[in-house]
Design a protein around this ligand. Structure first.
Ligand code: APR
Length: 235
């Protein structure tokens, strides 16, 4: 199979949105340095103090709505448009910057800030900018609205679809992720099993850097457009 029609699967993390002004989780001064995961990113934390959790996601929703896609997001959208083969983007990010950058059919493994979910009937709807404790569900009226974000201890979304894409990948790339959170951190191993070439694009080596065939370090706004231009020259 020529490079032109190779199937490309891309995993992104918070690092791809860092240059759009959205904080990452584990870098110095990151979100998990300011907030306790147990309090704001677990179902138990939500049950204990829903005001605190809504406050956390409301602030992130406002910030994300005010952020713009950067050259890394735009380059991946370009790759999707111009590469003759299939390009699948799987993101751990809950912001909408891939779509704002022009990408299509992005699989949001950890949900989205733009969505609300009913904890009673699983109905989904567009989240208001400010969600309240006891947010009523427009379908069942239960006061059970929560951010449609996957918390620790919960099953990520689209897993079957993602594993099917990985099983058919010729090229797998991980961009702006620390490789600390599973199952996403093990996608590189799935891609290897499928015989794919694997590349990490990150500011610095991630926790799984050694498991990639190739590593490129630097800010995503520089490394990703250069990598995409190279791929498109080959195709
Ligand atoms: N360009 C490229 N990479 C960057 C940049 C940048 N400008 N800035 C930071 N990075 C890298 C960091 O070096 C780090 O390896 O991005 C990574 C961000 O790692 P995390 O903060 O751990 O974010 P992520 O990997 O997306 O976290 C995974 O953990 O907290 C949960 O659900 C949350 O989806 C999240 C998951």
């Amino acid at each position: 199979m020529g490079k032109s029609s190779q199937k490309i699967v891309i995993l992104t993390g918070a690092g791809i949105s860092a240059e759009s002004g959205l904080g990452t989780f584990r870098d110095a001064g990151g979100l998990w340095a300011q907030h306790r995961i147990e309090d704001v990113a677990t179902p138990e934390g939500f049950a204990r103090n829903p005001d605190l959790v809504h406050g956390f996601y409301n602030a992130r929703r406002v910030q994300a709505a005010g952020a713009d896609p950067n050259p890394a997001h735009q380059a991946l959208a370009r790759l999707q448009r111009e590469h003759p083969g299939e390009v699948v983007i799987v993101t751990q990010n809950v912001d909408g910057l891939h779509e704002a950058g022009g990408a299509q059919r992005v699989l949001h493994l950890h949900g989205t800030l733009a969505g609300a979910l009913c904890a009673a009937c699983s109905h989904r709807w567009a989240a208001p900018m400010e969600m309240q404790t006891g947010q009523p569900c427009p379908a069942c009226a239960a006061p059970a609205g929560r951010p449609d974000v996957v918390w620790f201890g919960e099953m990520p979304y689209f897993m079957e679809e993602i594993y099917a894409h990985l099983a058919g990948a010729d090229l797998f790339a991980a961009i702006g992720t620390s490789g600390e959170v599973y199952p996403a951190a093990a996608f590189v191993d799935e891609a290897h099993l499928a015989g794919a070439h694997t590349v990490e694009l990150n500011l610095e080596p991630s926790a799984t850097a050694s498991r990639f065939s190739e590593r490129r370090f630097g800010p995503a706004s520089e490394t990703v457009p250069a990598w995409v231009a190279e791929l498109l020259r080959q195709s």
